[in-house]
Design a protein around this ligand. Structure first.
Ligand code: FE
Length: 430
C-alpha cells in the first residue's frame, strides 16, 4: 500500500496498483463521466479531495472511490468524449438546419441550471436537427452546484466555478439561448410561453426551473440569503469579503451543514440553528449528527439545536436573529437553509396538477398537460420531491426518449445516495 495525503492533510491508503500505472507511460490522459450526475473525472487533474493526484489513471482508482459530487461509485463512470455535433448530424442523416426544420418551434426548455442543460444534451444526443430553445433567468453558465458547498475548502475563487459559459454551451449544442429572460406565464391553448423578451411558441415544453430556499415568515427575503445558485453564492462571498464575519445559518440539513463547514474553514464564525436536536436529523437511522459535531469541534461552528427562529432584525448594517425561546444571535449575514420549495406561479398559469411541486408521471415525467414535461428540483412524484443531483440525468434521458419518439426509457425513482460534502467529515447517506 502507499499513502497519499489530500489537501486537508488526511491520509488515504491506496492499493499498490495506484503506484504502478497500468496505462503506458505517456499515453494521452482521458476523461470519464459520472453517468449519474455528469461530473467528469479528468486523469490529468485527478481528485485531490479523494487523495488522487494529478495524473492518476482511471484504471488505477480504487473500486470503492465514489463520485465527489453525487456519491455513486466508480462503476457508474464511463469513458467521456465531448459530443461533436457534426458527427451526430452525420450519424442521424439529418441535414436540415437546426433552427428551420419545417418551421416548427420544437422543444422549449425553461431553466438554465443542470436540469435544463442535461435536458438539452439528452435531446441533442437523440436528434441533431431538433430545434431547441432554452430560456434562463440568469446567464445559464454551466457549473457544478455541489462545488458551492466546498469552494472555500478547495480555495476556489467564486469566479472560477463556471465550467462553460451559457453562450458556449448553447453553441456547442446548437441551442437557441435566451439568457436573462424570465418566463412569465404559459398559455397551453396557443402552446406559447410569455417571457420578459416576448412570446415563444413550442411544440413541447420542458420545465426545469428548479426550486428556491423556503422562506418561513420569520425569515424575510430582504434580510436573508438564499444560496441555491451560483449568482447568489458569488454575491454572498463578495458581501463576506476577506475578513472573518459572524454568519447565522438557519437550518442544519444538507445545504446548511455543508455551508457551515465550508464558511468556517474560510475563517467565518458560524451559528448553525435548527429545530432538531442535531444536524442532518432527517437521516435518523444514520446517526450522523454526533460524529459531525465531533469533527467540527475545532472549527468556529456553534450548533444550536431545538430552536425555532422567531425573527430577524436589522440593526445598522448588522442583523440580530431571535429564537422563540428568547436567544439572540448577532450576525453580519444570515442564510436561510430550511428546505426548498418550488415556485408555483408558472405551473399555476398553465393549470398544471400540483402536489407539493409540479406533479409528474413517475415513468414519463409528463405533467397533467401532455405537451409539458418537467424534471429536477421543481417536480414531485406522488407528492415526493427528490432534490438531488443524481436523478436529473436519468430524468432528462427518459423525457428525451419520450419526446423524440424513441424506445421508451422509463424513469425509475430509486433511493438517493447523497454525498455530504462536509469536508472535515464527509459522509455518504442512503
Ligand atoms: Fe456523480
Amino acid at each position: 500500500m502507499s499513502a497519499l495525503s489530500n489537501i486537508y492533510g488526511e491520509v488515504r491508503e491506496l492499493p499498490l496498483a495506484a503506484t504502478l500505472p497500468a496505462v503506458a507511460v505517456g499515453a494521452p490522459f482521458q476523461q470519464y463521466i459520472c453517468d449519474a450526475c455528469g461530473y467528469i473525472y479528468d486523469e490529468a487533474v485527478g481528485d485531490a479531495d479523494s487523495g488522487l493526484a494529478a495524473g492518476t489513471r482511471f484504471d488505477d482508482i480504487p473500486d470503492d472511490w465514489y463520485c465527489p459530487l453525487c456519491g455513486v461509485t466508480k462503476s457508474d463512470f464511463t469513458l467521456y468524449e465531448a459530443p461533436n455535433i457534426e458527427a451526430l448530424r452525420a450519424r442521424s442523416g439529418s441535414a436540415a438546419p437546426v433552427a428551420l426544420r419545417g418551421g416548427t418551434p420544437g422543444v422549449l426548455i425553461v431553466g438554465g441550471g443542470r436540469a435544463g442543460w442535461q435536458m438539452a444534451e439528452a435531446l441533442r444526443a437523440l436528434d441533431a436537427a431538433l430545434p431547441i430553445t432554452l430560456v434562463s433567468a440568469c446567464a445559464a453558465d454551466v457549473y457544478d452546484k455541489p462545488l458551492l458547498s466546498v469552494a472555500m475548502a478547495r480555495q476556489m475563487d467564486p469566479g472560477t466555478l463556471v465550467k462553460e459559459t451559457g453562450a458556449d454551451a448553447a453553441k456547442r449544442l446548437t441551442v437557441r439561448l435566451l439568457a436573462h429572460t424570465d418566463a412569465v406565464r404559459i398559455c397551453p391553448d396557443t402552446r406559447s410561453l410569455r417571457t420578459t423578451r416576448g412570446t415563444l411558441r413550442y411544440d413541447q415544453l420542458v420545465l426545469a426551473h428548479g426550486a428556491q430556499a423556503a422562506l418561513p415568515p420569520a425569515l424575510p427575503a430582504t434580510r436573508v440569503w438564499r444560496i441555491n445558485h451560483l449568482g447568489a453564492y458569488q454575491r454572498l462571498r463578495a458581501a463576506l469579503g476577506d475578513s472573518p464575519k459572524d454568519v447565522v445559518i438557519v437550518g442544519a440539513g444538507l445545504i446548511g451543514s455543508e455551508l457551515a463547514n465550508d464558511l468556517a474553514l474560510g475563517g467565518h464564525r458560524i451559528a448553525l440553528l435548527d429545530v432538531m436536536a442535531q444536524p442532518l436529523a432527517r437521516w435518523p437511522g444514520e446517526a450522523v449528527g454526533a460524529p459531525l459535531l465531533d469533527a467540527w469541534k475545532d472549527l468556529p461552528i456553534r450548533f444550536v439545536g431545538g430552536v425555532q427562529v422567531a425573527g430577524v432584525d436589522k440593526i445598522g448594517d448588522k442583523y440580530r436573529v431571535a429564537t422563540a425561546c428568547g436567544q439572540k444571535f448577532a450576525a453580519d449575514q444570515v442564510i436561510a437553509a430550511a428546505g426548498l420549495a418550488t415556485p408555483p406561479r408558472l405551473a399555476q398559469s398553465a393549470g398544471l396538477a400540483w402536489d407539493n411541486g409540479i406533479a409528474v408521471d413517475a415513468a414519463t415525467l409528463q405533467t397533467s398537460d401532455p405537451r409539458i414535461h418537467a424534471l429536477g428540483d421543481c417536480i414531485t412524484i406522488a407528492g415526493q420531491a427528490s432534490r438531488y443531483i443524481e436523478p436529473i440525468g436519468r430524468q432528462a434521458r427518459a423525457i428525451a426518449a419520450h419526446l423524440c419518439g424513441r424506445e421508451p426509457a422509463p424513469y425509475e425513482a430509486k433511493p438517493a445516495v447523497v454525498r455530504v460534502k462536509t469536508t472535515t467529515h464527509p459522509m455518504t447517506l442512503h
